[in-house]
Design a protein around this ligand. Structure first.
Ligand SMILES: Cc1cc2nc3c(=O)[nH]c(=O)nc-3n(C[C@H](O)[C@H](O)[C@H](O)COP(=O)(O)OP(=O)(O)OC[C@H]3O[C@@H](n4cnc5c(N)ncnc54)[C@H](O)[C@@H]3O)c2cc1C
Length: 464
């Protein structure tokens, strides 16, 4: 940890930048009575919100209730880097890893999803600060160039609008001395303000007639022949069906977490860069960027020209929806700020304005899956593994179709019928996660057993 990083963090607010916004809506009331609905949605993140909007669009007469333990977008959806991509399977190479036979169809579904996503922004007049300048995968060493070659080849094979940039061309785009080359994919991808998207969807859902209750955690859920019975602290819901959109918190059934690990990822945002500071790094095309570090870093600009920079994983055993106390300590973010200054050493006069962490539902699939409970009267949907800003619309849509027993062709594909592998329970899970976090933090510097451990984790199905 350098003094530069420690000083830069001194005045940072330990909360998500995206939620620190005057556009944040007033909280909605909690549920204080017993009520009924055709469809109950649990969780007010992107998955729950997209489900609410799409359920009403499909069947306007359907009575939809959403309950959220805290406030809309208080989970992952108010905290991401928010680099949006077309893929609904965590990128083309992950899709190839998990469903090689369905790649072409999954690509089409991704494009369809992104077109629907953008049409909804227009239809509901959501100003999500969206910018469609593509995403850049940047190699941080010459040894990583083969990764770029493979990515470029795959993108071209599937018709993406992609360019390969050598070191000089990459640094002409974004002046980081770390970048040795890049693949710039411009196919329906870019960046947005995630909380504004969530609040826009919340408004749309309310206008469509969805009843949303905040500060209403699901306590218990069960079923009988007529449907679902959900219990909340001061009320309850009898519903025909339930869509559990509780992400890494995996609430709604004790078995959900057998396949989903709740990990945390940390993020920082800088103060807005001045015009002169921005000139030092270029970045005129404002792409979303991922690098090839072992502990992957992602970065993007905001509308007011801050840099949002993320990528430092943590794990906390048995978490509810509250933030871990440890992640409100600036010291936790120092190594991430080190990585920021290594990437942009010319910005050594820039201060960090916000630092926060958020939950990631990690699975061996690294992409959405569906768990069926209570004779298919309830479905849990999630597991985007850090890649869900746009895929959540697809996840919600597919889950609604599964709940409604619709027979659309994509529901016959393996992604809709299969599950990711089981993950060892606690305390083994905690032990494995602790070793992995340590290896990710130190592998680049110290090497040795850490590389073997990370290779093993990859073999287990987590290509972190
Ligand atoms: C740090 C970070 C960076 C990321 N970066 C990107 C990125 O650049 N690009 C990308 O595509 N994706 C990214 N993601 C992933 C993306 O944010 C998520 O996949 C997406 O927001 C998931 O939405 P969700 O609705 O499924 O989950 P959430 O937004 O977490 O919503 C789940 C909701 O359920 C509620 N809940 C939980 N338990 C209960 C209960 N018992 N009763 C009622 N409500 C409950 C929670 O309070 C929460 O609001 C990132 C995630 C994180 C954390």
């Amino acid at each position: 940890m350098t003094d530069l990083s420690r000083n830069a963090l001194k005045e940072a607010v330990m909360a998500p930048f995206w939620l620190d916004d005057p556009g944040r809506p007033e909280p909605l009331p909690c549920l204080c009575e017993k009520t009924t609905a055709d469809l109950l949605i649990v969780g007010g993140g992107f998955t729950g919100l997209w489900a609410a909007v799409q359920a009403k669009e499909q069947t306007p007469s359907r009575d939809v209730v959403m309950i959220e333990a805290n406030t809309v977008a208080s989970g992952a959806s108010g905290r991401p880097g928010a680099i949006v991509s077309t893929s609904v399977m965590h990128g083309l190479s992950n899709a190839k890893r998990i469903f090689p036979d369905d790649l072409q169809v999954l690509e089409q579904l991704g494009q369809e999803n992104m077109r629907g996503f953008r049409a909804a922004l227009e239809r509901y007049e959501i100003d999500a600060h969206d910018e469609w300048n593509g995403e850049l995968m940047a190699a941080i060493s010459k040894a990583d160039l083969p990764l770029l070659d493979a990515e470029f080849k795959l993108c071209r094979e599937y018709g993406h609008d992609t360019s390969y940039l050598d070191g000089e061309q990459t640094r002409a785009e974004i002046a980081s001395p770390c970048f040795q080359g890049a693949v710039w994919n411009r196919s329906l991808s870019g960046t947005l303000h995630p909380a504004r998207l969530a609040w826009g969807l919340e408004k749309a859902a309310l206008q469509l007639g969805v009843r949303i209750f905040e500060n209403t955690p699901l306590k218990r859920i069960d079923h009988d022949s007529s449907g679902i019975r959900a219990v909340t602290p001061a009320g309850g819901i009898k519903a025909g069906k339930a869509l559990l959109a509780t992400n890494a918190f995996a609430a709604g059934h004790r078995k959900i977490r057998t396949r989903v690990a709740n990990i945390r990822d940390r993020v920082i945002a800088t103060q807005p860069l001045s015009g002169e500071q921005l000139d030092r790094i270029g970045w005129r095309n404002r792409q979303g960027v991922y690098d090839t570090r072992i502990q992957l870093n992602y970065m993007r600009l905001t509308r007011d020209n801050r840099i949002v920079f993320g990528g430092k994983i943590g794990y906390f055993m048995g978490r509810g929806t509250a933030d871990p106390a440890m992640d409100s300590r600036p010291a936790v973010y120092e190594s991430l700020v080190d990585a920021f200054f290594r990437t942009f050493p010319q910005l050594d006069d820039v201060k960090i304005s916000h630092a926060w962490s958020g939950p990631i539902a990690l699975t061996t699939r690294m992409a959405v899956h569906f768990q069926h409970y209570f004779d298919n009267k309830a479905i849990w949907v999630g597991g985007y593994s850090g890649f869900g800003v746009s895929a959540s619309r697809f996840g919600a849509r597919t889950a609604l179709r599964l709940l409604d027993d619709m027979r659309t062709p994509e529901l016959d594909l393996e992604f809709a019928r299969s599950m990711p592998a089981r993950i060892p329970p606690e305390p083994l899970r905690w032990l494995g996660a602790a070793l992995t976090v340590y290896a990710l933090d130190t592998a680049e510097e110290k090497g040795g057993w850490r590389h073997h451990w990370l290779a093993l984790i990859k073999k287990m199905g987590f290509p972190l």
